[in-house]
Design a protein around this ligand. Sequence first.
Ligand SMILES: [Zn+2]
Ligand SMILES: [Zn+2]
Length: 248
Amino acid sequence: MNMKILGNGGALNDGLPYNSFIINEKILIEMPPDVMLSLLRENIDIPAIEQIYISHLHGDHTFGFPFFALRLFKLGTEIRQKKKLKLYIPRHGKDYLIDLTEKAMSVGSPCVDWVVKNIDFKEISLSQAPEIELMDYTAELFKMDHPLETYGFVLKKNSKILFTYTSDTKWSHNIEFILKEKSKIILIDLNGEPGDPSPVHVSEQELIQNGIKLVHPKAVFYGTHLRRFKKSGHPMIRYAEPGMEIEI
Ligand SMILES: [Zn+2]
Ligand SMILES: [Zn+2]
């Protein structure tokens, strides 16, 4: 399995491409405002993308959707694919993305019709289904601690853990649950800084104090959703960079 980092920036950052990544060039995770720039920069075959996962409805994870849809609509992708593009998103996400596309393109735009006909929206909720299928993989969902309903996941194949993605979260019991799954590769929101007055994200300091002891001894954390690019002196922590590939 190949994971490619498309962007490593958080909602407010110093010019980093926004947080997103892609699995095997087929499963796109998050739809940030600049997702088209990141996909084109990395030479991803956009109509070949088969599934999309959006962790929550904040704009830094969703605002790229109308322009992604516009490109597929202009390419006439329904003819090429002959099957719908599956998109996982938390509750109310379908109406939210259709409304967003109307705002971006205008009400009545044929692109909006294309979205309705060609996207298979799957709304996720822990109470309905704790696991979803991402192509050949199973993603076990974990609710994160964030102002909006947000899901991280542990990706597995035949019960073998491949990696963990936390999405946006502050440090809390929820992140402890996902880390206790003992993944060896953990893509984690490290947007936090030690002096934050009311933390919304995890800081490297919190991770070292509270997280290292919970995970597999050979685990590697990849920090993402950053304010600015950083380097870590800790042997178990690296920072994600655009174009970085992680082979699993
Ligand atoms: Zn968020
Ligand atoms: Zn975010």
